[in-house]
Design a protein around this ligand. Structure first.
Ligand code: HEC
Length: 114
């Protein structure tokens, strides 16, 4: 009786131990996203990686003004600092053009029933 109930418990403990280690491994390379050189790089590297991976920053694209709005909701930088960071981000990670629509060849039949 005792033997039977201990096995699932041992498996559960083992999974708990492996789980977080795997998640850590996945975050590793992400957190080291490369930032282009420039005025403001260090500030972005130090402040913006405190809560999330830098890839979240490098994958985004905004205008200078929009960047200011986006990160002002997360960090409280001085006026001078936020001007530098907004300039840096707007220059290096500008608004991305919308991807062009893809037209799939072939005929499509749509029927709408009410
Ligand atoms: C106090 C914590 C904190 C700091 C510091 C921080 N962020 Fe964030 N940020 C968040 C959270 C929370 C999210 C949402 C997380 C998610 O979606 O995984 C987020 C998401 C983002 C996103 C994706 C969402 C969007 O609106 O596009 C961008 C871009 C971003 N942060 C940029 C920055 C930049 C740039 C900095 C540094 C100037 C920064 N963050 C610093 C907490 C923070």
């Amino acid at each position: 009786m005792l033997r039977k109930s201990v096995l699932p418990l041992a498996v559960a403990v083992l999974l708990c131990a492996i789980g977080p280690a795997r998640i850590q491994g996945q975050r590793g390379p992400q957190a080291q996203a490369q930032l282009p050189d420039g005025n403001g790089k260090e500030m972005v590297q130090n402040t913006c990686s405190q809560c999330h991976a830098l890839s979240l920053v490098t994958n985004a694209g905004y205008s200078r003004e929009e960047w200011h709005t986006v990160f002002s909701a997360m960090v409280d930088l001085s006026k001078d600092q936020s001007a530098v960071v907004a300039e840096y981000l707007g220059k290096n990670f500008p608004e991305k053009p919308k991807p062009p629509a893809v037209v799939i060849p072939g005929s499509v039949t749509v029927s709408i029933k009410e």
